[in-house]
Ligand binder design. Structure first.
Ligand SMILES: [Zn+2]
Length: 494
C-alpha cells in the first residue's frame, strides 16, 4: 500500500521534470492522468494549490505568471542556463563565508536538525531547495490536510513507535497545537532515496507566511518553524460594478481576501447586495508577498461612489481597535447593521396608512419587510439579549431582543428559530437567530422587521442610529495624517 503511494508519487514527479514541454496549465484541468487513483490524489493537491493560488492572485497577471515562473525554474536545471546561475552561486558562497565569519563564536544556538542535514550549503544548488531541503536527495509527495486530521494520525500511517510521536509532539508544541491541523493546508512528505517507507521529513504549512518542518530521522527527531520573508507592495484598483462586486473581483482576478475587507468597511453604510449597475469604486491596498509569492492583500483605503453618494473609508489601527474609519474619524462599523437579512429586497416599508395585504383593511405597517428565499439566515442587527423567542398565531415563529436601554428589535415569520435562541441568551451583531419563512400571517417568505426606540415603534430604515466609538482624541492628529496620505493615493488613481 505504502509502496504504491510512493510509486504514484514518483510518477507525479516525472511530470514535473525539466524535459516536459511547456504546457499551459492555468487551471490544471487538462492534465491527463494514467490511473484513476493518481487522478484523485493529484486532483486533491491541485485543488489545494488552486485554492492557495486564488489566495495569491493579484492584478490579473499573477495567476498566469505563477505557473510559467515554476516552469522556468525547472528548465534552468538544464545545462545551458548554468551561466546564469554562476553569479548567483558565487553570491551564495560569498554569503555563506560571511555568515561563517559573523557567527564564528555563537555556537550556543540550539541543536537544529534541519541545518545539520544540509551542512554543505555552498554545494547545494538553491534551485534544488524545497523548504530548505535538497529535494534531489528525496522523493517528495504533496498532500492536503483532511478534516479533523491530527499530527498523531500522520504518524500512525507509518507506524512510528510511540516515543517518536511523543518526542515530536513536544517539539512542535511551541509552534502549533499538535492535535489540530488546518484543513486543506498543504503538507509535503520527504522520503529518502534509499527506499525507506517512512518519511524523513514532513513539512506542514499552517499558513502562507511560515512552514513547520518535522524531522523524523530517529536520532534527530524535532521540529522547526521557518518564517517566510514577507514584503508588501502597494497597489491600486478602480472598477465599475456591472453585475455585482464579487463578479467584478473575480473577473479582474483580485485577491479573494479583498472582498470581505471591502464588505467589512462598507457593510454599515452601503447595501451592496442590491447596488444599481454603475457604482464606481477605487481601492488602495497592499499585495503581500511571502518568499516572493503573492499570498494576500490588505485593503488600506477605498472610495465608493453610487448615484447618491461618495463614501470613503480608511484602515487605521488605534492600538486597541483596528478597522475602517470615515474621513471624520468615525468608525465605519456602526452599532446597527443595515438590514437583518443579507440578500434581501425591501418588499414593504414602514407605513402608517398601509392597506394590509391579507386582511385588506387599512392598518399601519409598523415594520420593514425584507423578502428573501425561505431558509435565508436572519441576523441580529446589533449585540443584544433575547427577550422573546416563540410562536404566535399572527407573528409565526419570532424573536425579539433588547440591545440597550434605548433600542429593541423583532423578527417575524421565521421558518425556524435558530437552536439555542431563548429568552436571556446574549447574541452578537450579525449572529444568525433564525431563518426566513412565512409562518403566521404572511403571503410569502419574508422577515417583518420591527424596531423600537424607548418603547415606541419607529422606522428603522430612516432612523439616524448612533455611531460606535470614534478614534480616541489623542490619536486624531495621527489619523488625519494617515488619512490625507491615503486620500492623495486615492486621488491619483485614474
Ligand atoms: Zn411586516
Amino acid at each position: 500500500m505504502e509502496r504504491k503511494k510512493i510509486k504514484i508519487l514518483s510518477n507525479k514527479n516525472k511530470d514535473q521534470q525539466p524535459d516536459a514541454t511547456p504546457k499551459p496549465r492555468p487551471d490544471g484541468k487538462e492534465k491527463k492522468a494514467s490511473t484513476q487513483k493518481k487522478l484523485s490524489a493529484s486532483e486533491k493537491i491541485k485543488q489545494a494549490k488552486l485554492a492557495r493560488k486564488s489566495k495569491k492572485t493579484d492584478d490579473g497577471d499573477s495567476l498566469k505568471s505563477e505557473a510559467p515562473k515554476k516552469k522556468k525554474r525547472r528548465r534552468q536545471n538544464s545545462d545551458g542556463i548554468l551561466k546564469k546561475i554562476a553569479p548567483l552561486l558565487f553570491i551564495t558562497v560569498l554569503g555563506y563565508c560571511a555568515y561563517q565569519l559573523i557567527f564564528w563564536d555563537t555556537s550556543d544556538s540550539p541543536d537544529d536538525p534541519i541545518t545539520k542535514e544540509t551542512p554543505d550549503k555552498e554545494k547545494v544548488n538553491t534551485e534544488n531547495l524545497l523548504y530548505g531541503l535538497d529535494k534531489t536527495m528525496y522523493t517528495t509527495e504533496e498532500r492536503v490536510v483532511q478534516e479533523n486530521q491530527t499530527l498523531q494520525e500522520f504518524l500512525n500511517e507509518w507506524r512510528y513507535p510511540r516515543e517518536v510521536s511523543g518526542k515530536l509532539q513536544t517539539a512542535v508544541a511551541p509552534y502549533m497545537r499538535p492535535a489540530v491541523l488546518k484543513e486543506f493546508q498543504l503538507y509535503t512528505l520527504f522520503f529518502d532515496n534509499e527506499g525507506s517507507e517512512q518519511p524523513a521529513y514532513i513539512v506542514y504549512e499552517p499558513d502562507n507566511y511560515s512552514y513547520i518542518t518535522f524531522c523524523l530521522i530517529p536520532e534527530k527527531i524535532g521540529a522547526i518553524q521557518t518564517k517566510r520573508k514577507v514584503k508588501n507592495t502597494p497597489k491600486t484598483f478602480t472598477g465599475t460594478i456591472q453585475t455585482n462586486i464579487a463578479d467584478l473581483h473575480s473577473r479582474k482576478k483580485l485577491n479573494y481576501q479583498l472582498l470581505p475587507q471591502l464588505e467589512s468597511a462598507l457593510a454599515w453604510t452601503v447595501d451592496f447586495y442590491h447596488l444599481k449597475p454603475g457604482a464606481k469604486y477605487k481601492m488602495v491596498f497592499d499585495e503581500i508577498f511571502a518568499d516572493g509569492e503573492a499570498v494576500g492583500s490588505k485593503l488600506q483605503a477605498l472610495e465608493f461612489k453610487t448615484d447618491k453618494e461618495t463614501i470613503r473609508a480608511f484602515f487605521f489601527d488605534d492600538g486597541v481597535n483596528s478597522g475602517f474609519f470615515d474621513e471624520r474619524s468615525r468608525p465605519m462599523k456602526r452599532a446597527f447593521l443595515k438590514s437583518p437579512v443579507k440578500y434581501a429586497r425591501i418588499s414593504s416599508k414602514f407605513n402608517l396608512t398601509r392597506k394590509h395585504p391579507v386582511l385588506g383593511e387599512v392598518k399601519p405597517h409598523l415594520g420593514t419587510d425584507y423578502a428573501a428565499p425561505e431558509g435565508t439566515p436572519i441576523r441580529a442587527i446589533s449585540d443584544g439579549v433575547i427577550t422573546i423567542a416563540t410562536f404566535k398565531k399572527n407573528n409565526g415563529n419570532y424573536v425579539k431582543m433588547k440591545h440597550d436601554k434605548t433600542y429593541e428589535s423583532q423578527y417575524l415569520h421565521m421558518s425556524k428559530i435558530m437552536d439555542g435562541i431563548k429568552p436571556g441568551v446574549r447574541v452578537k451583531q450579525g449572529q444568525t437567530i433564525g431563518f426566513v419563512g412565512s409562518t403566521g400571517l404572511a403571503t410569502g417568505p419574508h422577515v417583518c422587521f420591527r424596531f423600537w426606540k424607548r418603547g415606541k415603534q419607529i422606522d428603522f430604515v430612516n432612523e439616524r442610529l448612533p455611531d460606535s466609538r470614534p478614534i480616541p482624541s489623542n490619536q486624531t492628529v495621527e489619523f488625519i495624517a494617515h488619512r490625507d496620505a491615503l486620500m492623495r493615493k486615492l486621488g491619483a488613481i485614474e
